[in-house]
Ligand binder design. Structure first.
Ligand SMILES: Cc1ncc(COP(=O)(O)O)c(C=O)c1O
Length: 473
């Protein structure tokens, strides 16, 4: 037990700082979990043999450090932070001795092609090599004198109007009609989310998101920027508006960060009627909607986007990393003009400017006019894989959208999510357990995400899925 007089006595220095150290230790050892309530001031003072004033000072300082939050009349709660549950990275490093299984820093979804598993059902790289020829051509076309000159310029204007105009065209392919004035170019969707959070929110702001959520959201919002993230309960149409309203009334959050198309990990595409309800709640409570539409090109006929329903209060994020190639790191934010200035300044503070050459390569891809064909081929390939998986897992409960590059498999009662992940790993198959996606880890369902695009040969994918299904029997 971390909170004892002897544990406190063992730490030198001012008592309130020593108490913060005890709190951190309790977090590291799992005695204090994310969102758990700390002991009351009075009871902790008694346990440690100090005054209530010392505890108040320790809790206030811990709050300033972003470790806990005080709620008037309710108590003090643990905020997810670097001392609480291990990050997905640590988890992935620690399981089954798979030390090589290291995703890029805060995103268990990218860069997993190099994962240590022979059969990789974790990676979200696009399947096909459909775009290969086109990418080659775009690289060659980008190597102009003018583009090379750009490498020697140190202008923060980033990219010229022509390139920006191409991105406006790309957005129009997904029915997002905007202009250059509302556009910020970033180094991918993850970077876009990061600069929106850094640029528009303040320390202490609460960000709402789906209770099951792409781990990069937790990584950037709580681990990198130390904002508090609260997960909203979902049903098979996404966030439940009544739950959203309850949380808004109680916590006065400022942001809703949501993935309405092919939600990662469940594959849910939120229907338009549900989106209208969400917008109504967001308006009532003055929320900014951060619409993460990184899968936009994989949805053939997406419902109306939040940015089209409520452009004045939405920051819309997308990129081509999930539809063509993970390395094409140019993302877009569409935002009201008043935010664009702040976001551009934040982008400058983070990386000065996006790599102009990469923006040009993307711009050539758009200009080629071939992208709709490539997006379509990718959708066909994914549907083929989803149908295969549907057949193999027909006796089990899957949330499987034909357009999503992954499926969310609810495990039979005999399995926990972590045990199944470990059993799959012992067959050299990588899948991701539910808690990696859960905002509130205590209510993570017994489920796993199985990605269908990480194994390029469909016959090998079939054998891999059959092995997983056999495990389930
Ligand atoms: C929902 C979601 N948003 C953002 C990203 C990051 O996208 P990018 O590779 O463009 O940074 C991912 C990656 O898996 C994702 O699933």
């Amino acid at each position: 037990m971390a909170f004892t007089k002897s544990a406190l006595a063992a730490i030198k220095g001012p008592r309130y700082l020593a108490i913060i150290e005890l709190i951190q230790q309790a977090m590291i050892e799992g005695e204090l979990k994310e969102n758990e309530r700390l002991p009351t001031h009075r009871s902790l003072a008694k346990l440690l043999g100090v005054t209530v004033g010392t505890i108040t000072r320790a809790y206030t300082e811990a709050e300033n450090k972003g470790l806990v939050r005080g709620e008037v009349g309710r108590g003090t709660y643990v905020i997810p932070n670097e001392f609480t549950s291990p990050s997905s990275l640590e988890f992935l490093q620690n399981t089954s001795g798979k030390q090589n299984y290291v995703p890029s820093y805060n995103d268990s979804d990218s860069g997993l092609n190099s994962a240590g598993f022979t059969y990789d059902c974790t990676s979200l790289a696009p399947t096909s090599n459909n775009g290969l020829g086109l990418i080659r051509e775009a690289l060659v076309n980008s190597a102009t004198e003018e583009a090379i000159d750009l490498l020697f310029s140190h202008s923060y204007s980033q990219v010229d109007d022509e390139v920006r105009a191409q991105f406006v065209k790309l957005l129009a392919m997904s029915n997002i009609h905007t202009s250059s004035e509302n556009l910020v170019l970033t180094s991918g969707a993850q970077h876009a989310l990061s600069i929106i959070i850094a640029g528009l929110s303040e320390p202490g702001d609460i960000i709402l998101t789906e209770q099951l959520s792409y781990p990069g959201i937790q990584a950037t919002a709580s681990r990198l920027h130390r904002r508090q993230v609260i997960g909203i309960e979902m049903d098979d149409q996404g966030i439940i508006p009544e739950q959203l309203e309850l949380v808004c009334a109680r916590y006065k959050p400022r942001f809703l960060l949501t993935v309405p198309n092919l939600h990662n990990p469940t594959g849910i595409t939120v229907p338009e009627s549900r989106r209208e309800e969400i917008v109504a709640v967001a308006r009532k409570y003055d929320l900014i909607i951060i619409e993460d539409d990184v899968y936009c090109h994989l949805t053939e006929t997406p419902p109306k986007a939040y940015v089209s329903m409520a452009p004045d209060m939405t920051c819309y994020v997308s990129s081509m990393t999930k539809s063509i190639a993970s390395g094409l790191r140019t993302g877009t934010i569409v935002a009201p003009e008043e935010y664009v200035r702040r976001l551009s300044a934040t982008l400058q503070s983070s990386i000065w400017m996006i790599a102009p050459l990469m923006a040009r390569v993307n711009s050539h891809l758009i200009e080629s006019g071939q992208l709709p064909k490539i997006f379509k081929e990718e959708r066909i390939e994914i549907a083929k894989r989803q149908n295969l998986a549907r057949d193999i897992f027909k006796d089990f409960i899957c949330s499987a959208n034909l357009e999503a590059p992954y499926l969310w498999l609810t495990l039979p009662e005999s399995w926990t999510s972590v045990e199944f992940t470990e059993a799959a790993q012992s067959l050299d198959i990588g899948v991701l357990p539910s808690w990696i996606f859960a905002i509130n880890k205590d209510i993570a369902p017994e489920a796993v995400r199985i990605t269908l695009t990480g194994i390029s040969d469909i016959n090998i994918l079939k054998q891999t899925l059959e092995s997983l299904a056999e495990l389930l029997q």
